[in-house]
Each structure stands twice: as structure tokens, then as C-alpha cells.
Write a protein that binds this ligand. Structure first.
Ligand code: ZN
Length: 472
């Protein structure tokens, strides 16, 4: 017996059930669908319709909840912009490191892509520095995402102090150390304070993290904002060869857009592999980053240029992404150990693949967020099932490879995702419903037992009566 979610001709999501040994081909939502074509096999008992209505309501309610209030967005943006602008000014005017004189702010990450879930309390900002011509070498076993960077010829003085002893390798550790020192100095000597009642401090260095994190706290200690500052080395050369087969957006956003994007620079961020007992050599690696392109893809996401603009048709792409991020967030809180390698970047990558799979705007209508989310969830489950989630820009790198995600944990993820599907996305239910639904199977079990006892009792009475009839 198999079951899956399909859109019904009356625009309701219903569960398709089949008793065949092999599952039927996957039915997916590809824009308005006229008929399902096998309605005779579909169970539409009142109980199931009721359940699907409940599911639809649950998804829609959660979609509403996950929208950040405009006033929260405004306050956070004011505070952050003020602080970061002051920092940029300080870095540009510093005497010691000439390379920071050309530093720029690149706002990336979920907040700036408008797909942040719940509170706007974490920000990612890349501080970019343009590089002279460099050479990059892939670090073996990391399929095109990790690199060693070397200067082509002895650079101007501004990069010299960040080279290793070989006088050619650019050291991420040295650069981050100096950036951290400069930010410390900025907060001590130059920072004029930001929005009233907010204090700022530097967070302790986190092992393996490429970011310098600033923490902001309001005077009542009720609200925290964290800003992750990541250094990004801007490279204005042709993208590495391993990206040639990536970013397949021809059908979705068009060949021209793809060509234009590939002419933009790309970035290297100081990030080494997340492993224990790392060799000194592996600590000096850079990770390729396309977060600026990701932001563009997120903001200009429609096959029609004006998708989601005022007066134009609206889609549910970003809402679906928010819903999936929230689902993953809840699951990670429940199973922190098993799902420790399930990063939000996995969800974002799966989102881009789903965009390519269903590239047209009418495949993501705002009115059908429930169906579209369930399709997206199916896509995600498929990636987990196949242990394959290719990096969107570097397809040689598989985020669900056993080196990146232990297969037993991936199996566990598959199990919990399927459970969520079977239980009408329990993660989206209010807490009181969690308890009810958790109890439901037990109470159903009890009812079945009582019914069986009652039937046995009736049979017993029947036989007693027959016995009496014969022997009276
Ligand atoms: Zn849209």
C-alpha cells in the first residue's frame, strides 16, 4: 500500500492510495490540472477529506505565522545598517592594512533574501575585498568547494602580510585574525553607539566558524541580535571549471540571465572542513561562495520578470522555502544529534533544484501554497532517499554524500520526514494538538480492543441462547 499527496481536480490536496505492489508514477503539481485521470482509485471518504482540509489549514496558518512583522524588520535593519556602516568606515581608514581600504558590504543570507523564519535576530554580512589575479587549487576529496589560494606574482604590499612562509599562499587564518583585531579595536575606540538602549560586544571565537560574530543586546536584556561578519575575497576571473554544469536555470530564468550571472565575480570565504583533528594544511583552505548569486536568484525568482511585484501575479516560492526551513528547524530541535549535519544550506540548495524542476510561475501560485509545499517536501524526501543533493553551483559536490552526512543519520532523516508526511506535518500543529495526535493512536487502539471484546461477548450470548433452545 502506498500513498502520496496529489492535487485534485477541485483544487484540494488529497491522498492517493494504491494497493499495487509497485508504486504508481509520481503525480506532481504542474500548474492547473484538469483531471486526475484515475479518480475511481481515489478514496474520498468524508474522514479523508476532513483530514486533508485540516492539513491544508495547518500549512496555510503556519505560512502566515512565519512572516516577519514590518516593524521588527525596520528596527533590526536600522540598528544593523548603522553599526556596519560605521565599521566599514573604520576599516577603510585604518592605517595598518591597505587591503581593507577597499572593503565593501555584501548583505546576504536569509534575512536579506526575505526568507528568514520567525524573529529577525541573525544577520549575515560579507565584508568583501577585491583580489588581484590569483590561482586556485582544488583541495582533493572536496569536489570543487574547497581551495588553496595563491598569488600569481608577488602582490602589492597590502596582501603580503597575509601570505604563508612559502610567500604565495593566502592564509585565511591570518586574515581572519587581523579582521577580528580590527573589529575589536573599532568597538573600543571608534564606535559611537547605535540605536538607543542597545549594547554591542564581540562573541568568543567559535571553532571552525569563518565568522566574527557581534552580539547586540537591548538594555532590558530581552532581545538579542547577532551579526555574523564573514570575509569574502572577491575574484573577478572566469568561474572555476567545476561550475560549468551547475546553475541550470535556462528553463527557469533564461539563458541570458544565466550568462549575465556567470560574468559576475565570485567569492572565497575562509572556511575549512568541519572535522575533528584537522591537519594544519587543511586549516588554510577557502570555500567557494556564490551567496550574492543566491540572493539574486531569490529576489528575482519568477520566470516572468514582474513575479510578486505590486499589481502582478504572486507566487508562493519563498513561503514554501520558509515552511521547509521551519520544518527542518523543528526537527533539528527534536533530534539535535542525528540531524546536526542538516544545515539550512541543504534546504536552500533543494529549493533551487525544485525551482529548476518546476520553472514556471503558474506552478507556484500563491493560492496553492499547501500543494506546492507538499510537492517541495516530496522533492526534499527524494534527495534524502537517493542520498543525493548536488551543490547548485558546483554539481560535483554532493551535500548528502556519506562524507558530509552519515548515512545512518540520513536514513533517520528519511524516517522522520515520512512520519511528518503521514501525520499531516505535525511540526506545524499548535502544541495542544501535538498531545492530542500523540494520544490518538493509543485511543484508537483501545477502541478496537473494546469493539473486539463486544463482538466476542455477542457471539458468546448467541451461543448461550442456541444452547438453551436445544436443551429446553
Ligand atoms: Zn514570485
Amino acid at each position: 500500500m502506498t500513498s502520496e499527496w496529489v492535487p485534485h481536480s477541485n483544487n484540494k490536496v488529497i491522498r492517493f492510495q494504491s494497493a499495487e505492489a509497485d508504486p504508481p508514477p509520481r503525480q506532481r503539481f504542474h500548474g492547473p490540472i484538469e483531471t486526475l485521470g484515475r479518480e475511481e482509485s481515489v478514496e474520498t471518504t468524508p474522514a479523508i477529506i476532513l483530514q486533508e482540509k485540516e492539513l491544508s489549514k495547518r500549512i496555510r496558518l503556519m505560512a502566515k505565522k512565519l512572516t516577519i512583522k514590518p516593524e521588527e524588520r525596520k528596527l533590526a535593519a536600522e540598528i544593523i545598517n548603522d553599526l556596519v556602516d560605521q565599521l566599514i568606515c573604520f576599516l577603510r581608514n585604518n592605517e595598518k592594512y591597505a587591503c581593507f581600504k577597499e572593503v565593501k558590504k555584501l548583505t546576504a543570507g536569509s534575512y536579506y533574501e526575505f526568507v528568514k523564519i520567525s524573529h529577525p535576530d541573525e544577520f549575515d554580512i560579507m565584508l568583501t575585498i577585491p583580489l588581484p589575479r590569483i590561482k586556485w587549487t582544488e583541495v582533493e576529496a572536496f569536489s570543487g568547494v574547497l581551495y588553496k589560494l595563491t598569488v600569481s606574482r608577488m602582490p602589492r604590499n597590502d596582501l603580503k602580510m597575509f601570505l604563508l612562509d612559502d610567500c604565495e599562499t593566502i592564509s585565511p587564518l591570518k586574515m581572519m585574525e587581523e579582521l577580528r583585531t580590527l573589529i575589536k579595536q573599532f568597538l573600543k575606540t571608534s564606535y559611537k553607539g547605535c540605536h538607543k538602549n542597545w549594547k554591542v560586544k564581540l562573541q568568543r571565537k567559535a571553532q571552525g566558524s569563518p565568522a566574527v560574530t557581534m552580539l547586540l543586546q537591548d538594555s532590558e536584556g530581552e532581545q538579542d541580535i547577532s551579526i555574523d561578519l564573514v570575509l569574502g575575497l572577491e575574484v573577478s576571473q572566469k568561474w572555476p571549471n567545476c561550475t560549468n554544469d551547475g546553475m541550470n536555470i535556462d528553463e527557469w530564468l533564461g539563458k541570458k540571465t544565466k550568462g549575465d550571472l556567470k560574468h559576475k565575480p565570485f567569492y572565497f570565504v575562509p572556511k575549512h572542513p568541519r572535522r575533528r583533528a584537522l591537519s594544519e594544511d587543511l586549516k588554510e583552505t577557502w570555500r567557494i561562495s556564490f551567496s550574492h548569486i543566491e540572493k539574486i536568484l531569490m529576489m528575482n525568482h519568477g520566470s516572468a520578470k514582474n513575479c510578486c511585484e505590486r499589481g502582478a501575479a504572486h507566487c508562493c516560492r519563498k513561503i514554501c522555502l520558509r515552511l521547509m526551513k521551519y520544518l527542518v528547524h523543528v526537527l533539528k530541535e527534536q533530534y539535535p544529534q542525528e540531524l546536526s549535519k542538516l544545515y539550512s544550506y541543504c534546504v536552500k540548495t533543494a529549493y533551487f533544484h525544485s525551482m529548476v524542476r518546476r520553472p514556471k510561475d503558474d506552478q507556484w501560485p500563491a493560492s496553492k501554497v499547501d500543494e506546492c509545499f507538499l510537492n517541495f517536501l516530496d522533492d526534499f524526501i527524494e534527495h534524502v532517499e537517493k542520498s543525493e543533493l548536488k551543490h547548485f553551483f558546483v554539481p560535483t559536490y554532493n551535500l548528502f554524500d556519506s562524507k558530509n552526512f552519515a548515512q545512518k543519520n540520513l536514513k533517520f532523516l528519511l524516517k522522520v520526514l515520512k512520519e511528518q508526511k503521514a501525520n499531516h506535518i505535525l511540526a506545524f500543529a499548535p502544541p495542544e494538538e501535538h498531545q492530542q495526535e500523540a494520544l490518538a493512536p493509543q485511543s484508537q487502539h483501545l477502541l478496537v480492543k473494546l469493539a473486539a471484546l463486544f463482538v466476542i461477548f455477542l457471539i458468546f450470548v448467541f451461543f448461550v441462547k442456541i444452547f438453551k433452545m436445544f436443551y429446553q
